[in-house]
Design a protein around this ligand. Structure first.
Ligand code: NAD
Ligand code: GLY
Length: 360
């Protein structure tokens, strides 16, 4: 097992990464503040892993709430089911809420923990690659609104992240690829050596070689922790983690939540950001080709959905969280490993790029 630390002063927390961690109560126990535990999961993950976690936590009074699976249920309505379960069971402020699932469950349980009785203790047990490398670390929590992805939420750090790599054995291949989008992102925005390693190890990752997966998770979490430690509330450099997300969130909202997976939309968005950066004359052609090539090798889309128009992109991107003074800001690339957040680019080139990308 490897343990990293997200260093946030007295709110610092460990990320444990390894095989079969779900059975190790000693990793969770220091972060549980009373007997009361509420485990939040969904109807896909609960049948696979809830019993194991319940037996690990048999010394505690565990309550469970099992939500419907899907990005389309990442909503305020579903959030209420968590509050209903907590209140029906008279759970108090000493409660520890545990997210057992992918990024949807982690984001919702984290948001619920941030609001229930104005904030209760929270632990992340991510069970998708995407959640193990990105969403469980850093304290972003949210639900979607019909008009925009992750528009209602809070920054709320967990007390501990337990990334049990063995849970990835049951993950569908499409979801594994979706997680690889966020892994590739770290290489593209700040870690060229990792990008090169990914080029060499993509086949082993897709084949779920556990050693290779473990290294990718550790390196991704290390990158994420370094960024979060410097800019927890996204006043500056944390925005670089949104490479591809401005296009990607528009894709997810336009297609209907859950139709394109988050990682797929981010993959197409990263490819778009790379091509736009190239067309602006910022990114060398070879870097663009390597980025798009690696994304394609991870079995991810590199183009937006054929159904989306440029006008639809513009309309949906206008509610992006990076909009400032009415201007949409994008994460763009000056080179492989060198990303910037900016609204300062040639609007005519951007317009032509978007029209041609959408075929309209
Ligand atoms: P997800 O939570 O929907 O999980 C993907 C699918 O895999 C679901 O059907 C889930 O039930 C299933 N699943 C989960 N673990 C499994 C396992 N071990 N075996 C079999 N099936 C399993 O999607 P995701 O890709 O994990 O997360 C995407 C969400 O994360 C999006 O809502 C996105 O906005 C959010 N996100 C948040 C952050 C953040 O910083 N908070 C970062 C990136 C993404
Ligand atoms: N996934 C983007 C962030 O955590 O900032």
């Amino acid at each position: 097992m490897k343990t990293l630390t997200v260093d946030l002063g007295n709110r610092s927390y460990p990320i444990h990464i390894g095989q079969h961690l779900l059975t190790q109560v000693a990793l969770l126990q220091p972060h549980i503040v009373s007997k009361q535990v509420l485990i939040v999961s969904n109807d896909t993950v609960a049948p696979l892993y809830l019993d194991t976690l319940l037996s690990t936590l048999s010394a505690y009074d565990c309550y469970t709430v099992v939500l419907k699976d899907g990005e389309q249920y990442k909503s305020l309505d579903t959030l209420n089911e968590i509050f209903d379960a907590a209140l029906n069971n008279k759970l108090n402020r000493q409660l520890t809420m545990i997210a057992l699932g992918g990024g949807v469950i982690g984001d919702m349980a984290g948001f619920a923990a941030s609001c229930y009785q104005r904030g209760v203790n929270f632990i992340q047990i991510p069970t998708t690659l995407l959640a193990q490398v990105d969403s469980s670390v850093g304290g972003k929590t949210a639900v979607n609104h019909p008009l925009g992805k992750n528009m209602i939420g809070a920054f709320y750090q967990p007390r501990c992240v337990l990334a049990d790599i063995s849970t990835l054995d049951t993950l569908p291949a499409r979801e594994l690829s979706a997680g690889l989008a966020e892994v590739i992102k770290y290489g593209v925005i700040r870690d060229v050596a990792f990008f090169e390693w990914l080029e060499q190890n993509m086949d082993a990752l897709l084949a779920r070689n556990s050693e290779v997966l473990g290294y990718a998770i550790e390196r991704s979490c290390r990158n994420k922790a370094e960024i979060v430690e410097q800019d927890e509330h996204e006043r500056g450099m944390r925005a670089l983690l949104n490479l591809g997300h401005t296009f990607g969130h528009a894709i997810e909202t336009a297609c209907g939540y859950g139709v394109w997976l988050h990682g797929e939309a981010v993959a197409a968005g990263m490819s778009m950001a790379a091509e736009l950066s190239y067309r602006l004359g910022w990114l060398p052609a070879n870097d663009m080709q390597r980025i798009i090539g690696l994304i394609a090798r991870a079995k991810l889309p590199v183009k937006p959905p054929a159904t989306m128009s440029a006008a639809q992109f513009m309309d949906l991107m206008a509610v992006d969280k990076k909009v400032e003074d009415g201007k949409v800001r994008f994460v763009l690339l000056k080179a492989l490993g060198d990303a910037v957040t900016t609204a300062d680019f040639d609007a005519a080139i951007f317009e032509q790029f978007l029209n041609e990308s959408c075929g309209a």
